[in-house]
Design a protein around this ligand. Structure first.
Ligand SMILES: [Zn+2]
Length: 241
């Protein structure tokens, strides 16, 4: 009997320890992402670290333990909005030429679609509903990085941002300029789950000339680093919640 209890306690402790180390990989990714953004890490070293972290995340039960289904169809990242809210003409606001993830905050190009809300007085409240607008996860995944800190004096362009890794399709989605963030690294999110509210955080997004919007990107892993991929077709097909 005593042995059984001992064995059980051992198993329980090991499980807890494993869960903790698994979660800490997300903290590690978050710290790594911040050093890339701050330019505090050499590119070769950053690439190495990124590969190590991603192979750890992919190899672990942590991304397989939940029911990870690739539904194939996204939900639109802004609740109550549809593709007509995407800036530009037929998605021409997207251009990824010259963008490199490892350039951090100093990158060129605009590998994203800006999705605008109706907010003439720029108070982050939807003029049509008088409510905040929810940013939702387009698909199921894991929050691998985010920041809740941003001050108007900051030169960080993403402001309060969120990165989600979707293991079923091995893609990343990125949501920037949020006002409030409701997730943290290591959180598992379901498709359609509220992760943030639309805001105006970020070096350019904060300026008066910028209408309130979500900056949304998709990335795929190419040679071990995230490379932007135009998600326009998926956004056109996405279901509005
Ligand atoms: Zn943008």
């Amino acid at each position: 009997m005593q042995k059984t209890i001992l064995l059980f306690s051992f198993l329980l402790i090991s499980t807890v320890a494993l869960a903790q180390s698994d979660t800490s990989i997300f903290t590690k990714f978050n710290n790594f992402n911040n050093s890339v953004l701050n330019g505090g890490i050499k590119k070769a070293e950053a690439k190495k670290q990124f590969e190590e972290i991603m192979s750890y995340i992919n190899s672990k039960e942590i991304v397989r333990s939940e029911v990870v289904t690739n539904k194939g169809q996204w939900v639109f990242p802004l609740k109550g909005y549809k593709s007509s809210a995407i800036g530009g003409i037929h998605g021409n606001g997207y251009f990824d030429k010259g963008y490199r993830f490892l350039d951090g905050n100093k990158h060129g190009a605009h590998p994203a679609h800006d999705i605008f809300i109706t907010d003439r007085n720029q108070d982050c409240i939807d003029d049509r509903t008088q409510k905040t607008v929810d940013v939702i996860a387009v698909d199921e995944g894991w929050v691998i990085s985010c920041t809740n800190k941003w001050e108007p004096t900051s030169d960080m362009r993403g402001g309060k941002f969120i990165w989600i890794y979707h293991p079923a399709s091995k893609v990343f989605t990125y949501y920037a300029h949020n006002n409030h963030i409701f997730v943290k690294p290591g959180d598992h999110v379901k498709q359609g789950q509220k992760i943030a509210e639309v805001g105006r955080t970020g070096y350019n997004a904060y300026k008066k000339r910028s209408p309130t919007h979500l900056h949304f990107s998709e990335f795929k892993l190419v040679d071990g680093v995230p490379v932007p991929f135009n998600p326009y077709q998926q956004l056109l097909k996405a279901k509005t919640l």
